[in-house]
Design a binder for this molecule. Structure first.
Ligand SMILES: *[C@@H]1O[C@H](CO)[C@@H](O)[C@H](O)[C@H]1NC(C)=O
Ligand SMILES: *[C@@H]1O[C@H](CO)[C@@H](O)[C@H](O)[C@H]1NC(C)=O
Ligand SMILES: *[C@@H]1O[C@H](CO)[C@@H](O)[C@H](O)[C@H]1NC(C)=O
Ligand SMILES: *[C@@H]1O[C@H](CO)[C@@H](O)[C@H](O)[C@H]1NC(C)=O
Ligand SMILES: *[C@@H]1O[C@H](CO)[C@@H](O)[C@H](O)[C@H]1NC(C)=O
Ligand SMILES: *[C@@H]1O[C@H](CO)[C@@H](O)[C@H](O)[C@H]1NC(C)=O
Length: 449
């Protein structure tokens, strides 16, 4: 795998390691019907394949004559045949020769007589018609197909539950899918989509998985996107910008990735409202600024918090010491300052913290328990302003940073959880602790961002 595909995998691994992704064609009909892998059609019977043989393809158009209705297993499948054939005509590249298998009347991905039919189309029985096999999932992952539009295609499968199209070259508008009552997974990652966020996904009430990674989308992300019912939301590696809306806190997602875009403004303080669900959140490599919110420390179930490569400033709030499940915390390459809190470093001993990346900031000191983490390489504090530590910024750069009066993030001494055996420093002492020797980032208390 090369280029974007490799990067896709890198992100996938992070999420998949925690069981997030279902990159298969398995259909669950939103949990209503639990089955194994979507089944292919019953064994072919000569009454609907061959026997009364298919007429030779018409020359020129490359399409085959429409088979008579009686050759299809049922009416649902018969009505999907022209949809697939019409879409096939719009495909402008097909490096793996997939569309050559989209022929005949066996519309469910199957293999018989040495031939594969309808690669990518999987069938199942919809809950409202238990005896009627129809196309329930379309999985084009890795097919490399090019088509100018999906309109008139995916929206024409009334029983479709999932559409996976990772690594193709589809573009155009995402059609309205609101009438697909079972639809719950949309993966358009690593395609050729551009323009504004596809508004048509916003009203999809039953969506559980939305993946728009590695496209060329730009502009802001509409606020209601974060109110979707999705468990996983991947918007990374596009050109999205503007502020992350305050509705961020409404997300019920467990995995949320907005990395590698152009987002600006602060991490929304409404993030506290995700504490029941959010497990991994990746903000890295945007242009986020503002103070690192205290509220992050309230998201108890966080396992991965990555906001590296932004312009976020402030001290690390002591609330971060409450992230007992956090395994990876990346805040490298920001404008953070003050002391690396002792409560945070204690998470390596009392919690699950295994990687604390704080390099390329402006911290001036580290808490007592942080020393051992530096030695064990759990904590990376290279390129900061820590006197006596190796590989730090030049003193002049540090002095200039701390002399800049525009930095004024609140220092909130309150720790919103019980930490057995931990004695919080006296608030006054803590505030002094966070203040540097030279220069005075204003240490307000209890205020906002
Ligand atoms: C399978 O192939 C055999 C021989 O090639 C042929 O006689 C038979 O009709 C084929 N069956 C179907 C269902 O196409
Ligand atoms: C093909 O099917 C049609 C319609 O049932 C029938 O009239 C015709 O005799 C069949 N032809 C052959 C060669 O079986
Ligand atoms: C999409 O098309 C471009 C240009 O032909 C090609 O370089 C790229 O590899 C294609 N992407 C995929 C995922 O097939
Ligand atoms: C990608 O989309 C653009 C339009 O945004 C189109 O001109 C181009 O042909 C597409 N590339 C491929 C490989 O489909
Ligand atoms: C918190 O989340 C719920 C949905 O889980 C949402 O209705 C509410 O508006 C959210 N509040 C804030 C402040 O984000
Ligand atoms: C720790 O996390 C940083 C930033 O995400 C990463 O670059 C580094 O490779 C990780 N270190 C280890 C030992 O996994």
């Amino acid at each position: 795998m090369a280029g974007p595909a490799a990067a896709v995998v890198a992100v996938l691994v992070l999420a998949a390691a925690h069981g997030a992704l279902s990159e298969s064609s398995h259909v669950d009909f939103a949990g209503a019907v639990a089955r194994g892998r979507t089944r292919s059609a019953p064994a072919p019977s000569s009454s609907w394949h061959g026997g009364n043989s298919t007429a030779p393809a018409l020359e020129g158009c490359g399409c085959e004559p429409t088979p008579p209705p009686w050759r299809f297993l049922n009416e649902k499948l018969r009505s999907l045949y022209p949809v697939i054939q019409a879409f096939k005509q719009t495909i402008t590249c097909d490096p793996l020769g997939v569309t050559a298998t989209w022929t005949g009347t066996e519309l469910c991905d199957s293999f018989f007589n040495g031939t594969t039919y309808y690669k990518g189309f999987y069938c199942d029985y919809p809950p409202d018609a238990p005896g009627v096999l129809t196309v329930a999932s379309i999985d084009f992952n890795g097919f490399g197909l090019c088509a100018p539009s999906l309109a008139g295609f995916i929206d024409a499968f009334p029983d479709l539950a999932l559409f996976h199209a990772n690594s193709n070259n589809f573009s155009g508008d995402v059609p309205d899918l609101t009438h697909l009552q079972y639809f719950y997974e949309l993966d358009l990652s690593n395609n050729n989509f551009s323009g504004a966020f596809p508004d048509s996904v916003v009203p999809l009430g039953g969506l559980l998985f939305l993946d728009l990674r590695f496209n060329r989308y730009a502009g802001t992300v509409p606020a209601p996107v974060f109110a979707l019912t999705v468990e996983a939301l991947f918007l990374n590696n596009n050109g999205f910008g503007g502020r992350i809306p305050d509705t961020f806190g409404s997300t019920g997602a467990q995995y949320l990735v907005v990395a590698n875009n152009q987002f600006t403004g602060p991490i929304p303080r409404s993030i506290y409202n995700t504490s029941a669900t959010l497990s991994e959140v990746l903000f890295l490599n945007n242009r986020l600024s503002g103070c690192l919110p205290y509220e992050v420390g309230l998201v108890e179930g966080l396992a991965v918090f990555d906001a590296g490569g932004n312009e976020i400033t402030g001290p690390i709030p002591l609330s971060f010491g409450c992230l007992r499940d956090v395994e990876e915390l990346n805040l490298a390459s920001n404008q953070l300052y003050g002391q690396v809190p002792d409560v945070l470093c204690l998470l390596a001993r009392n919690g699950k913290l295994g990687n604390l990346s704080l390099s390329e900031n402006f911290f001036h000191s580290v808490g007592h328990h942080c020393m051992e983490l530096v030695r064990s390489r759990v904590l990376d504090v290279r390129r900061n302003c820590i006197l006596g530590f190796p590989d730090q910024r030049p003193p002049l750069e540090c002095a200039a940073f701390y002399a800049d009066p525009t930095k004024h993030c609140p220092f909130i001494p309150h720790i919103p959880c019980d930490l057995p055996g931990y004695k919080p420093p006296h608030p006054h002492a803590a505030a002094e602790d966070a203040a540097p020797a030279h220069g005075h980032p204003h240490q307000g208390q209890g205020g906002g961002n």
